[in-house]
Design a protein around this ligand. Structure first.
Ligand SMILES: *Cc1c(COP(=O)(O)O)cnc(C)c1O
Length: 502
């Protein structure tokens, strides 16, 4: 048997191969240049990929390189194996390509002007720069002491944004006597999860106090808890209920895809009669399929009546639009909510991840999530926020920086103009659908989402959508609205214009 070769490390060699600050200065400028070219020429790329699963494996070595590779080689592979969707004649990239692999078209280009799938993936230059700085600061802001600015800016920016969209003042942190406050999470799924956990902890604690249940342990009580949402709620609510190990009753919305108070009331009463304990209702403002709005004015009083039912409002997409005074009516009934979330990384020009959550009573949140080992404690714990008690992970990025950059660079007026542009363009697309006798409209167009279908069978529409997506020129995804297959046209490009809509 051969003996293993002895590894020798030379200090000089390691210094040569590491990117030093001067190289970073150069590569950083090149990268900004690359990003600018990518952004200016993205319309020349295909919007959808045309590769199948597993395309990348044969193109890359099966093991990480033993020896350092040159930056040029890495970037060449980015351009030839990761980014494509560009034809040779339109290739403006500054990086030379290897001859072999330019036929593959590998990325779905979310920032493409003809990307109309899902909801927008927020993006803007101030936000990118904010994230760059956050990466460089590289702090892990789990407690106030771990990085005071990281914590304090987050609280302040959440208050700014909460005020701008018109949340009840109870949700703000800097408000005399307030128990509320905002926090930035990684996703709407996490926002809903932490609220469900808080509601669960509160419900269990309350049950343990009641003579009828005091003898039961937590696991027995858990089996009695019932959460509610609408069929139009995002699938993450179902996942969150799975994680929380609670039952979830999925309710039927009305024919406009709106969850109504009476439906909830009947379900709660029927469940209570069977011994279940209703504890959490997740509503949606701006549903993912068709951007419908649950009726909070009706649902709020139902939750109040069954005291202790936590009312959550998931406005991942639409919540951002409430920054426009003329759209605030969409949040009517918000005064009944215990918690509210919106993703600025969807509809407010901020890059993923930046999901804002506000709660009316932060002590209910921390009551469910505080674990406090000695090594994380600090002397200001009584007077400062420790955001680790507001979320699942311990470590957290300096996310508020990019939102702060965005809010200051655009100003409220710029953000309003951005939202209004998307709304107007959606209305324009809606008008085109209405004018064309071959198509029908399938949702009420309120923000930047139009659901439509060709008059005819679901099959015809499926075929239409796959033809659109296979062309590589446009990208849309389907949704089931009122039991029918429809095509979703979402405004996504930050600077979309009338010519992008047709
Ligand atoms: C997009 C979306 C979500 C999921 O958001 P994540 O941040 O990806 O978890 C939840 N709810 C609604 C209404 C959404 O549109």
């Amino acid at each position: 048997m051969k003996s293993r070769p002895v590894q020798r490390f030379s200090r000089a060699r390691i210094q040569i191969i590491t990117m030093d600050i001067e190289q970073f200065r150069m590569r950083g400028k090149e990268m900004v240049e690359y990003i600018c070219e990518f952004m200016s020429n993205i319309h020349n790329r295909r919007v959808t990929p045309d590769v199948g699963p597993g395309y990348l494996r044969p193109l890359l070595p099966s093991e990480a390189p033993q020896e350092p590779e040159s930056w040029e080689d890495i970037m060449r592979d980015v351009e030839s194996k990761i980014m494509p969707g560009v034809s040779e004649k339109n290739n403006h990239s500054s990086f030379p390509k290897k001859k072999t692999i330019d036929r593959y078209l590998q990325i779905t280009h979310w920032q493409h002007p003809r990307f109309h799938a899902y909801f927008p993936a927020g993006n803007s230059f101030p936000s990118i720069l904010g994230d760059m700085l956050s990466d460089a600061i590289g702090c892990i802001g789990f407690s106030w002491a771990a990085s005071p600015a990281c914590t304090e800016l987050e609280t302040i920016v959440c208050d700014w944004f909460g005020k701008a969209i018109g949340l009840p003042t109870d949700f703000l942190y800097f408000n005399p006597g307030s128990k509320g406050g905002g926090v930035i999470q990684g996703s709407a799924s996490e926002c809903i999860l932490v609220c469900m956990l808080a509601a669960r902890a509160q419900a269990i604690a309350r049950l343990k106090e009641s003579p009828a249940h005091a003898h039961l342990d937590e696991t027995a009580l858990l089996g009695k808890l019932m959460a509610y949402c609408s069929r139009e709620s995002h699938s993450c609510v179902e996942k969150d209920a799975m994680i929380c190990f609670v039952k979830l009753r999925i309710l039927e919305p009305d024919d406009k895809s709106v969850l109504r108070g009476e439906t909830l009331r009947q379900a709660i009463e029927a469940d209570a009669a069977e011994g279940y304990i209703p504890f959490f209702v997740s509503t949606t403002l701006g549903t993912t399929a068709c951007c419908s709005f649950d009726n909070l004015r009706e649902i709020g009083p139902v939750c109040k009546k069954y005291s202790g039912v936590w009312l959550h409002v998931d406005a991942a997409y639409a919540g951002n639009s409430f920054i426009c005074p003329e759209l605030k009516y969409l949040m009517a009934g918000i005064e009944h909510a215990d918690s509210f979330n919106t993703n600025t990384n969807k509809f407010l020009l901020t890059n993923f991840d930046c999901s804002c959550l506000w709660v009316r009573d932060r002590f209910k949140l921390t009551g469910a999530l505080v674990v406090d080992p000695l090594y994380l404690q600090h002397t200001h714990a009584d007077t400062a926020i420790d955001y680790r008690h507001w979320s699942i992970p311990l470590s957290r990025r300096f996310r508020s920086l990019k939102l702060w950059f965005v809010m200051r660079s655009y100003g409220i007026s710029g953000l309003q103009a951005y939202i209004r542009n998307h709304v107007q363009l959606a209305k324009r697309f809606e008008a085109l659908v209405r004018k064309d006798a071959r198509f029908e409209l399938c949702n009420e167009v309120v923000l930047g989402l139009v659901c439509f279908r060709a008059k005819g069978t679901d099959k015809l529409n499926q075929k239409l959508l796959s033809t659109i997506n296979d062309s590589g020129k446009l990208h849309m995804v389907p949704a089931r609205v009122n039991q029918r297959f429809t095509i979703r046209f979402a405004l996504a490009a930050p600077n979309a214009t009338a010519s992008d809509v047709g």
